[in-house]
Design a protein around this ligand. Structure first.
Ligand SMILES: CC(C)(COP(=O)(O)OP(=O)(O)OC[C@H]1O[C@@H](n2cnc3c(N)ncnc32)[C@H](O)[C@@H]1OP(=O)(O)O)[C@@H](O)C(=O)NCCC(=O)NCCS
Length: 171
């Protein structure tokens, strides 16, 4: 349903447009702007602490990106973030497919534990993560400060060793 691939020349235009959509920025867990994936969208190699993948539909439409960050190779742990930049593509199953695909890559690279933080109000994201095997571990009251005020967060984790992930091809 989705294909993961490295960012490539030309993607910057789309990422910049997504960063100008206030609803996308409000939902995304990262910084208030999407600056951290702007600039040269070079793929960071697995030897580093971050794997960033763009993902596109079967028709080749760029939809968003998914990443593993703060990777601790020795302990096998990493944090997941995802953003579908096209708001009109939310709720169509793409996010769940992209998360499953990067978890398959994480498992293939012998990572064992993936965690994430999500705003408690972001029920679409939580439902999607649950379908991928993530389970709630804790609620962090007032865990994050945003322009709108303090926000409660949910910490979710998945144990890759206990899940069967189908490895998908990554270009
Ligand atoms: C979060 C995100 C990756 C999810 O991907 P998606 O393709 O939209 O989600 P999916 O269609 O795969 O799954 C969403 C599920 O949530 C359900 N859902 C949607 N709105 C919901 C709501 N308000 N409450 C509960 N469940 C809801 C859908 O029914 C669907 O479940 P189903 O397939 O069992 O019916 C995507 O919406 C996104 O990138 N949003 C913007 C950025 C963001 O929120 N990132 C995550 C920050 S932690």
């Amino acid at each position: 349903m989705v294909r993961l691939r490295p960012f490539r020349a030309g993607d910057e235009v789309h990422v910049a447009a997504w960063g100008k959509d206030p609803e996308v920025v409000r939902h995304y867990f990262g910084r208030r702007t999407l600056a951290e994936v702007e600039g040269p969208l070079v793929e960071l190699r697995a030897a580093g602490g971050r794997i960033v993948r763009a993902f596109e539909s079967a028709e080749g439409e760029l939809l968003g990106w998914v990443e593993l960050r703060n990777i601790a190779w020795r302990s096998g742990a990493a944090e997941l973030r995802i953003c579908i930049g096209r708001r009109d593509r939310w709720g169509m199953g793409y996010g769940t497919a992209a998360v499953r695909a990067i978890l398959a890559e994480a498992a293939a690279r012998r990572l064992r534990h993936v965690h994430l933080r999500v705003a408690l109000w972001n029920q679409r994201a939580i439902a999607s993560y649950r379908k991928c095997g993530f389970r709630a571990q804790a609620v962090l009251r007032a865990g994050r400060r945003r322009a709108e005020g303090m926000e409660d967060l949910m910490l979710m984790t998945v144990d890759l060793a206990s899940q069967a992930f189908v490895t998908q091809s990554v270009v």
